[in-house]
Design a protein around this ligand. Structure first.
Ligand SMILES: C[S@@+](CC[C@H](N)C(=O)[O-])C[C@H]1O[C@@H](n2cnc3c(N)ncnc32)[C@H](O)[C@@H]1O
Length: 544
């Protein structure tokens, strides 16, 4: 493998394709397979039913779910036979040596050995876990990478390639691995994939591609996909993920954030960055290496110049809650000019919970207690120095609207949502455009329909005649709930697109004996909120 090309000055456009394995000046000791025979390997994996459905059938739901928690014992018990599927599970998911003969029945073994997907690993004896029958002795092979079936949104059979033993991400995902480890799909990866607006685009960029999962999703609706990563091993994994999933190759660039792509612009930018706020960069997949939440801020701010008009950018991020500062103001200050933004805080952890989470992630809680205490202390020192009392986690979406009056919504929504949310995200920005273009007078002449699957809940004492308050609840998308007064509830209930908002309000005024002029005056604010939150959808007037 040759090292990645050096970086020319910014402004020169995207840079060299990566094929190296250097990382932070170090050479990776573990090489990764070549993608040369990926189509044949893919064919073999599919023929053996090495797919999400195939695994569920073979392992059963509990063992399958246990695997996602890094627990392998139930899956080992379920793969004691010698079918090709069991062999593949043992080889690629459980990372056990299997007899070469069994591997040959499941794979194009010669090509897989040539390309480096598997390596020879000594000889089997009768008691080997692979179940070699009757004292037979033969060669064993082992996988060099984790290959995990992953179901695409339209039932596609994809495969995610990552470092051995790291496919599940989350707690314990990286334990025992080096700084340049490449993790597989975790909860954050699928959250980001679900949030992404999936309209067809010409160009997409995945910043910090890792195993390539976001690039793989983007390849379904982008003509051209580019991906960057600081870690060349990650770029090689991403290349294998795409090849083995039957997706077109992406342009892969080594470097930090946007540095390797110069001034190029993209219709879609996605990033699940190394957002962890830590006292020092140790693990490339999670520690950004900049102070505090600077990496996330830089990523968001620099996106302004990299997004094409109308383009979307989606990020996961952590942000500091700093003493004397509103967290919402901090995030608003990150939004680049010309971009609308929707920022949703999903979770807040105090600094102790946060430090413990990431100390566990890297296995530090299993280390010598003094070293653990020193690391914990360092984490709290870092937060003290930054006057940080808590850390928020959430989603940031930008859309390049070019508007002089950008819509920036920063909110907290810790409740369950219905993924995938991409269409909900797109519709949010469409409604923001609508609201920007309609003042209160225009809202009164407009027509609205109640969004599908909105229900009304009345809350009050049992037996009371009138509810204390009324809640409108969405059963789709963000699954929002909002408290409304009886006028707004009545208004929403009547909205079927046939009458203008003003006409509906006049009828309500007559019904409740209120002055229609006053009602027309005070209600647009509530209508605006119901539209913003997706309870009411603007529709064409009948016959328009
Ligand atoms: C949390 S992982 C995300 C991987 C994958 N995109 C996903 O969604 O699962 C973050 C990735 O960013 C890479 N990375 C770390 N620092 C970076 C930087 N400064 N610029 C670009 N990528 C970086 C890491 O090597 C890692 O692959």
């Amino acid at each position: 493998m040759r090292p990645a090309a050096r970086h020319p000055a910014r402004g020169a456009g995207p840079r060299a394709f990566v094929s190296g394995s250097r990382h932070n000046g170090k050479v990776s000791t573990t090489s990764l397979p070549a993608p040369d025979h990926s189509p044949r390997l893919r064919e073999a994996l599919l023929a053996a039913d090495f797919t999400v459905d195939g695994l569920l059938d073979l392992l059963g739901a509990p063992a399958y779910a246990a695997l996602a928690r890094s627990e392998t014992v139930p899956a080992l018990r379920a793969t004691r036979g010698d079918t090709p599927l069991e062999t593949l599970v043992r080889l690629f998911l459980l990372q056990r040596p299997v007899p070469a003969e069994r591997a040959r029945a499941a794979l194009p073994l010669a090509q897989c050995l040539d390309d480096g997907w598997v390596v020879e690993s000594g000889a089997a004896v009768a008691s080997t876990e692979g179940g070699t029958a009757g004292g037979e002795v033969g060669a064993l092979v082992m996988a060099t990478v984790d290959v995990r079936p992953y179901g695409g949104p339209d039932g596609e059979d994809w495969f995610i390639v990552s470092d051995l033993g790291c496919a599940v991400g989350g707690a314990s995902g990286s334990i025992g691995h080096g700084e340049g480890v490449v993790l597989g799909v975790g909860g954050a990866s699928t959250t980001l994939a679900g949030l992404t607006v999936r309209t067809p685009v010409v160009s997409a960029l995945d910043v910090g591609t890792g195993s390539g999962i976001q690039a793989l999703h983007a390849a379904q609706h982008a003509t051209r996909v580019s991906a960057t990563d600081l870690n060349p091993r990650a770029l090689l994994c991403a290349r294998l993920t795409l090849a083995l999933s039957g997706a077109p190759a992406a342009d892969l660039y080594e470097g930090s954030l946007f540095e390797p792509v110069g001034d190029e612009t993209y219709d879609l930018i996605v990033s699940n960055p190394p957002f962890v706020i830590s006292p020092g960069a140790r693990l490339t997949y999670r520690d950004g290496g900049m102070g505090g939440d600077d990496l996330c801020r830089t990523l968001v701010q620099e996106t302004g110049d990299r997004l094409a008009d109308g383009g979307y950018a989606h990020f996961l991020a952590n942000w500091q809650h700093v003493e004397g500062e509103e967290w919402q103001d901090r995030l608003r200050s990150w939004v680049p000019r010309g971009c609308d933004a929707w920022i949703v805080q999903r979770e807040v952890q105090d600094v102790t919970q946060y430090a413990e989470l990431w100390l566990r992630d890297s296995g530090d809680h299993r280390a010598d207690p003094e070293a653990y205490a020193a690391r914990y202390d360092a984490w709290l020192d870092e937060f003290d120095a930054r006057r940080t009392k808590a850390v928020g986690f959430g989603w940031i979406t930008l859309r390049k609207s070019g508007s002089e009056r950008p819509s920036v919504v920063v909110e907290e929504w810790p409740h369950p949502v219905e993924q995938p949310l991409g269409e909900t995200v797109r519709a949010h920005f469409e409604r923001q455009d609508y609201l920007r273009a309609h003042d209160d007078a225009a809202l009164l002449t407009a027509h609205f329909a109640l969004a599908p699957e909105v229900v009304q809940e009345q809350v009050g004492l049992p037996g009371a005649e009138d509810p204390e308050h009324v809640v409108l609840r969405q059963n789709r998308g963000m699954r929002r709930a909002t408290k409304v007064d009886t006028i707004a509830a009545g208004f929403a209930g009547v909205c079927d697109g046939s009458l203008s908002a003003g006409r509906i309000l006049d009828a309500i005024a007559q019904l409740v004996g209120e002055d229609p002029v006053r009602l027309r005056d005070r209600t647009p604010q509530a209508i605006r909120l119901l539209v913003e939150e997706g309870f009411l959808l603007p529709v064409e007037a009948p016959g328009a």
